[in-house]
Design a protein around this ligand. Structure first.
Ligand SMILES: [Zn+2]
Length: 97
């Protein structure tokens, strides 16, 4: 019996979800360059936190255990979005369990 045989069958993913999952579950080496999926006109919003604060009013969003690296975001909605993104990317990916 193959692993996972007795698991409940998940709902089929929509094309959007499959596209998203495909982008998030592969090529970890390109993680820092991966788009964060939020259109923001502020330069450096969503950039990986490899260096110092890129601009005033930017906040660092970091979640240990997340596949999402620490990133700088605009204070406010972008930071909230970034936190949610980090939390989603801390969830186990199908097949890793
Ligand atoms: Zn922003």
């Amino acid at each position: 019996m193959s692993p996972g045989f007795t698991r409940p069958r998940p709902r089929p993913a929509s094309a959007t979800q499959r596209g998203w999952a495909g982008k998030t579950s592969r090529s970890p080496e390109s993680r820092e360059a991966r788009p964060v999926g939020r259109a923001c006109l502020v330069e450096a919003c969503g950039t990986a936190a490899a260096g110092p604060r890129p601009a005033p009013r930017m906040v660092l969003v970091e979640l240990s255990g997340s596949r999402e690296p620490a990133r700088w975001y605009c204070k406010g909605a972008c930071a909230v979005y970034g936190q949610a993104l980090a939390e989603v990317r801390a969830l186990p990916v199908g097949g890793e369990r």
